[in-house]
Write a protein that binds this ligand. Structure first.
Ligand code: GLN
Length: 539
């Protein structure tokens, strides 16, 4: 029977609840248990697919095409497993299914109520994850912060689950301990208050994970222990780290894994974690030479925070491959709009070992990205285009090599005469009917790799499958013309005959893909395309 660990957050948001959840899951996995993680998001949106990246950060996509919170990306990266729609719960999805079941008379005509029917649906969904793969552990992250209205029903579900499985459920509260500069003392009061707020929901924390800029000292731990009714050994210090991948090791230094097992009367099944330790060693190796990667994108104007959040998987994928190539990743942002406005700005690209043009939506900044791609092509700078990055690389090639001066995408110019990138028929239908939710080309699609290409050198196999999230495609009407001028098709989806990869010959590394390889990169299993990109860029 599965065990469940709920992770809730106190004091404020963004204290690293997701990384804590992933890390707890990882240390249990390293003790030989089968583990998965679930994210509960309080929003009414059914999924994260319709949300603005500035507001929400990156939309992560699983193999089955679920558009979800970026925390699922962290779970996949830490656990090195593939998640699916079951691992993402939202208020929208929960209500949608309760209402649908009511319409189907599944409640036998009784009055369906917010409590207990909504929490019961949440419990049902969490149990389904455990049952599907006969897991030992499910670690569940409750979005939001204790004390707010939004996640009350999820805390209620957690409380009811403890009642249902008293010996199988634990609660961890992640809080933040501020240090007031002028006083120079780390304060525990907000943590005490958060713990009380959690008590108000009928939940007593088994663990308090104290996030702070520095480790918690003994007096701080004792205070938290006394006022929050938690054994001092279960007050876990979670100081800032220079890499989130170090958090599992920090937790283990504090003995978290063993404390969890002790409370649940379990024993380590199999000692593991050696590969994770090796990873941290590689990250910490100070002898690595820098590799400078520039990302030409937009969304910068709203501040660095939302930006890094919008491209988190790309950033992580670069890091994984840099470490695997024994390089120290230096990642910098280049504003596409600056390149667009300032004639000379594009030459900044020569300062980088490699350039990435990532995915995106809408026309803002696209002309700057096209200029950047042209510069990489002509100056033989290693270039990797992702999704929109491929579409723009096709447009650049059509304009500047094939002389189709007005080449563009119907996303930017719906009535263009030169739609190099266009909607497929089924997408036209979707758009006409305003059916925007979960209707992009999503999730894993097969791709056949062409022999003798950079792609086949990188992947070392003929058939791959990669995750997608887009509506527009390479327009096959232009295929013969572009290939006759030297464009190489590195991979095609066999069923729909869609171009998935384009490359250039006579260039050290110029490759652009319609999918999102970054979504499948893991620290212990870096993505082959990113690995090859970093390898060549390093030369
Ligand atoms: N906007 C483009 C499309 O919808 C690319 C999407 C992306 O980069 N994820 O096809």
């Amino acid at each position: 029977m599965a065990h469940y660990i709920f992770v809730a957050g106190g004091v404020m948001s963004s204290v690293g609840k997701g990384a804590a959840t992933a890390s707890i899951a990882r240390i249990l996995q390293d003790k030989g248990f089968s583990v998965s993680a679930v994210k509960i998001d309080p929003y009414i949106n059914v999924d994260a697919g319709t949300m603005n990246p500035i507001e929400h950060g990156e939309t992560f996509v699983t193999d089955d095409g679920t558009e979800c919170d970026q925390d699922l990306g962290n779970y996949e990266r830490f656990l090195n497993i593939d998640l699916s729609t079951e691992n993402s719960i939202t208020t929208g999805r929960v209500y949608q299914s309760v209402i649908q079941r009511e319409r189907n008379l599944e409640f036998n005509g009784r009055c369906v109520e917010v409590v207990p029917d909504i929490p019961n649906e949440v419990i049902r969904r969490i149990e389904r994850v455990a049952k599907k793969d006969k897991l030992d552990f499910v670690v569940i992250e409750i979005g939001g912060t204790v004390g707010e209205y939004q996640n009350l029903l999820f805390l209620e579900a957690a409380r009811m689950m403890k009642l249902k499985y008293p010996k199988k459920v634990l609660f961890a509260l992640v809080t933040y301990l501020p240090t007031i500069k002028t006083i120079g003392e780390m304060k525990t009061k907000p943590t005490q208050t958060s713990s009380r707020l959690l008590n108000e929901s009928g939940i007593q924390a088994d663990f308090i994970l104290g996030r702070a800029s520095v480790p918690l000292d003994e007096p701080r731990k004792r205070k938290i222990s006394t006022f929050c009714s938690v054994d001092i050994k279960d007050v876990i210090s979670a100081p800032d780290t220079d890499s989130i991948y170090k958090i599992p090791l920090n937790f283990e230094t504090e003995g978290l894994g063993e404390r969890i097992l002790k409370k649940l009367k379990l024993r380590t099944k199999k000692k593991g974690g050696e590969d994770w330790k090796k990873l941290i060693k590689r990250i910490d190796d100070k002898n690595k030479k820098d590799i400078r990667i520039g990302i030409v994108g937009k969304y910068f104007e709203s501040g660095g925070f939302s930006l890094t959040d919008s491209y988190i998987s790309v950033i992580e994928a670069i890091k994984h491959s840099a470490w695997a190539n024994n390089r120290n990743p230096v990642i910098e942002w280049i504003s596409a709009e600056t390149i667009e406005k300032d004639k000379n700005a594009v030459s900044i690209l020569k300062n980088y070992d490699g350039i990435i043009v990532p995915g995106g939506f809408g026309s803002r900044g696209t002309e700057g990205k096209i200029k950047a791609i042209e510069y990489c092509r002509k100056n033989k700078i290693p270039f990797l285009g992702l999704c929109l990055g491929m579409q723009l690389a096709v447009i650049e090639f059509a304009r500047n090599v094939c002389n189709i001066k007005d080449a563009t995408s119907t996303e930017f110019e719906p009535s263009t005469k030169s739609p190099l990138i266009d909607l497929m028929e089924e997408q036209k239908e979707v758009m006409k009917n305003h059916k925007y939710g979960a209707t992009m080309r999503l999730g894993s699609w097969d791709c056949e790799i062409k022999k003798g290409t950079i792609s086949s050198r990188a992947y070392k196999q003929n058939s791959i499958s990669e995750r997608h999230r887009h509506r527009y495609e390479f327009n096959n009407k232009y295929l013969d013309l572009l290939t006759s001028k030297g464009l190489v098709i590195g991979g095609v989806n066999p069923k729909k005959n869609l171009v998935e990869i384009i490359e250039l010959k006579d260039h050290p590394f110029f490759i652009a893909v319609q999918f999102h390889p970054e979504l499948k990169s893991r620290p212990l299993n870096p993505h082959p395309l990113f690995k090859e990109f970093i390898k060549i860029a390093g030369k």
